[in-house]
Design a protein around this ligand. Sequence first.
Ligand SMILES: Nc1ncnc2c1ncn2[C@@H]1O[C@H](COP(=O)(O)OP(=O)(O)OP(=O)(O)O)[C@@H](O)[C@H]1O
Length: 257
Amino acid sequence: MIEVRDLRVRYGGRLVADVPELDVGAGECVAIVGESGSGKSTTLLSLLGLTPDAEISGQVRVCGVEVLTASPRRLREIRGARVALVMQSPQAALSPATRLGVLMRRALKLHGVGNGSAKGSAEIMAEAVAAVMLDPEILTRYPHEVSGGQAQRFALALAIALGAEVILADEPTSALDVTVQAEVVGVLRRLRAERGLALLLVSHDLALVSTIADRVLVMKDGAVVESGPAARVLAEPRHPYTRELLEAVLSVPGASL
Ligand SMILES: Nc1ncnc2c1ncn2[C@@H]1O[C@H](COP(=O)(O)OP(=O)(O)OP(=O)(O)O)[C@@H](O)[C@H]1O
């Protein structure tokens, strides 16, 4: 679903992301970890061609589309529908005066999902909301009437309704409290296992990463300093920077991975 080779992203001549290889297949989860400013979000956004001010080179193929050379029309085929971008605080991106159900119906129409029929759309919406374990009543609410966790699950429901094959999630649980984080992670795991979604997760939360990722890329100052199976990287980190990241987590009283 995602194949990246020799991706280099520069802003004003400064190399901010250098990713030799990144692959995410259907049903897989890969996490990018690293401190603030290490190039994680830039890497994620470049997969949808969303780094307009950057100089960018390499090969980025997402759902069969060569992103770096694709026409705007080809990019629109993957943005929003086949590839969903889930950010830290989805509420900010939701139109405040529009009920969630109306918002979802409009998105379906915009992307030509549900054949434009009210019945088709209603069925798709009901199924998507159930897939993320939300009560259908949520569709009658306005964005400010739902909690952060519900808003994040709604964002995932929207992705499901639009037929997403890939989810790019940038710190999807950082704005949530711990119990709600667990719910969102539970939903992500289900979507991946039951629907074969490919999941690329950007996170500084190594505890989250250890519960969901198959593979991990560790970034520092734009470079990938270590990558490999999550279990190996987290249990036997080879790079001193990965060890530092892990030690920072484990030094918090009561923390474990
Ligand atoms: N549009 C832009 N113009 C110029 N520089 C940018 C732009 N976007 C990002 N950068 C720079 O690129 C570097 C990497 O930023 P990026 O947001 O990818 O890091 P990150 O690892 O995701 O950090 P965080 O966890 O804080 O989001 C930073 O130095 C940032 O200042």
